[in-house]
Write a protein that binds this ligand. Structure first.
Ligand code: DC
Length: 220
């Protein structure tokens, strides 16, 4: 039964470290990993490439349902081209948050996300993993960090990729995105009642990973 396959749901705001933490938890448990934000980013990039306005909810919804994307090894493909780095640009970050507010897009991506639930288990990260996509997850985590530290982390990430950015602009952008992700009517970003809150402002990645693994052992 699919419902017997364990899921660890990790939700939280942009740049909270969810991606890195989820990947490491998955590695330690030899579980699959779902980066659900990548799917929203792919819809955004596909929309940008096809010049679809953010207001065209019907076309964006169909695009989400039939998204010509594949995850192969560490690479992400859209229309048979590698877009692993391109979906991380600020344009796709903003676009993902825009398309994420469209109910048809969220519905269109639902089955694709659920399909990641495979043996021996799944670590799923995003905004609504514990609330909508995997409400029966055995362990739910809500990962946060102050907006300032998240902006600093994002700046560092971008610098490593050789992308120039300004801290103040990133901070403003994060706050706007938090506001949009938290205030939308469908699947807003907020912890479920049964989620463990984990503030990583003063935690290293490894400390956060260890804490989650400890909770996981305790939840079985
Ligand atoms: O996790 P991320 O920064 O890659 O996500 C990019 C955007 O995608 C985020 O601002 C909102 C949207 N998103 C969402 O609405 N639901 C998810 N489960 C994951 C991401």
């Amino acid at each position: 039964m699919v419902s017997d396959i364990p899921v660890i749901a990790i939700d939280g705001p942009s740049a909270s470290g969810k991606g890195t933490v989820a990947q490491k938890v998955a590695e330690r448990l030899a579980f699959h990993c779902l980066d659900s934000g990548a799917l929203y980013r792919l819809v955004a990039l596909a929309g940008i490439r096809r010049q679809i306005p953010w207001s065209d909810e019907t076309v964006l919804g169909s695009l989400a349902l039939e998204l010509p994307a594949r995850f192969v090894g560490g690479e992400i493909y859209l229309d048979n081209q590698i877009v692993t780095d391109e979906i991380r640009t600020e344009a796709c970050s903003v676009g993902a948050s825009m398309v994420g507010a469209i109910p048809r897009v969220r519905e269109g991506l639902l089955a694709r996300q659920k399909a990641f639930r495979q043996m021996p288990g799944l670590v799923a990260e995003g905004r609504d993993m514990g609330s909508v996509v995997f409400p029966d997850a055995g362990l739910k985590i809500f990962l946060t960090a102050s907006a300032e530290i998240r902006a600093e982390r994002r700046l560092k990430q971008l610098k490593q990729k050789g992308i120039a950015a300004k801290l103040a602009v990133l901070l403003q952008d994060l706050r706007e995105r938090d506001e949009r992700d938290s205030s939308r009517s469908l699947a807003p970003l907020k912890p479920t009642q049964d989620a463990h809150l984990l503030d990583t402002t003063e935690l290293s990645v490894d400390q956060a990973v260890d804490k989650i693994l400890l909770w996981y052992q305790g939840s079985r």
